[in-house]
Design a protein around this ligand. Structure first.
Ligand SMILES: [Zn+2]
Length: 60
């Protein structure tokens, strides 16, 4: 499940129910909105592509 902090807008993935934000430590976490989820997956994809590029560089 994807969660979103209403205070600092941090988006993160957790398996269990999480109510405390790992960044600001406040009880302000709710299930992420569709928009936040889309943002989260886009960032993950970006990160993945970055890593792939780095790996290619290291091989050369
Ligand atoms: Zn937060």
């Amino acid at each position: 499940m994807i969660y979103e902090c209403r205070l600092c807008n941090f988006i993160f993935e957790r398996r269990a129910d999480t109510i405390i934000c790992p960044v600001c430590g406040k009880y302000s976490v709710t299930e992420a909105s569709e928009e936040a989820k889309a943002k989260f997956f886009a960032l993950q994809e970006e990160e993945k592509q970055k890593n792939e590029k780095t790996e290619m560089k290291e091989e050369q």
